[in-house]
Design a protein around this ligand. Sequence first.
Ligand code: ATP
Ligand code: MG
Length: 387
Amino acid sequence: MAKFLLLGSGELGKEFTIAAQRIAQTVIAVDSYKNAPAMQVADGFEVINMLDGDALDKIVAKHQPDFIVPEVESIRTERFYDYEKQGIKVVPSAKAANYTMNRKAIRDLAAKDLNLKTAGYRYATSLETLQQSIKEIGLPCVIKPLMSSSGKGQSLIKTQDQIEKAWNYALEGSRGDLVEVIVEEFIKFDYEITLLTVTQNNGNTLFCPAIGHRQEDGDYRESWQPATMKDAHLETAQKMAAEVTQALGGAGIWGVEFFVSEENGVYFSELSPRPHDTGMATLANTQNFNEFELHLRAILSLPISEVTLERAGASAVILAKEHLDHPEVKGLEKIAAEEKSDFRVFGKPISRPNRRMGVVLTYDEKTKNPEEIAQRAKELASKVYVE
Ligand SMILES: Nc1ncnc2c1ncn2[C@@H]1O[C@H](COP(=O)(O)OP(=O)(O)OP(=O)(O)O)[C@@H](O)[C@H]1O
Ligand SMILES: [Mg+2]
């Protein structure tokens, strides 16, 4: 039996913990607040600021885990290299977690070292260099803090006069005190996908059927599987995902994000070395194993011979509208009454505007249109509310 120190205890960590509990593993769930979703189902918990390296060292020493499983980016990942030296397996690897928490590290690896196609980009450390970078990249463009997630501090710029505001917004949305942004060429993609990729210690790299998704205000709203796409584009994405995951190293599931333009092809965007939020579509039992079970098996070196598509499915998020202290998701009976649908409620102890509180799942036969299945999930999600 293995012991996992789960760093981040949100909905993805909760599903991972449930998968681990089902095969009698031990999970200590960590986050910055008590009663976080994964803590509700774990064997133990710790409340710390995960950006505090000393606090991390302490709980690692206390629990002596076999595996450290990051669920979020926002962790003092530099310490992961030490834990690896101590013989603890960092999932999927210290390098993967450390590189992906900073857009610069991962973008340079992908674009420069591996020569993957990405949006054109520059970095800027001041308003002046930002203006110069935007001249080079052209308008429209996207500005992002180097360290942020869920669209925090991110803006789409269409005109010169928006630059200063975007610079300030990026600094406000930046994790820590890093004063640097990335400016990316705006890609007019036709659609975007997450390619869940499984790397194994003693086996082939496997790809889940691509997941399509729609983003709004920096977070996904619906995701569906399989995404409808040309074989050639899928193969290109798979090749890129294999290269970048190999360069980062280790075993586990990865959410590799791509933009696809019929005219210009496939662009690598970014990746997370862990289950991906859009991958919650797999909770609709679209695959032989959902993304959390795949992650767990890969970590434990349990061989995964194949990933199969069992049916088409989708997820749509249930968002809170306001801050509430004991939020409840109401109206679930309306979803329950519908055929081929399901839901998860995460049990977050407080809500905030746009905080994800649950997810609606819909599914149908493989031959059905996944985007229509997603539309159904979206409609069902609009029937529930948080109060
Ligand atoms: N260069 C770009 N061109 C066009 N759209 C973009 C570009 N960069 C980002 N976007 C849009 O914004 C979304 C969020 O961007 P990105 O994934 O880089 O941000 P993030 O903060 O890391 O988000 P998350 O952590 O939720 O994945 C993308 O999924 C895409 O819809
Ligand atoms: Mg993203």
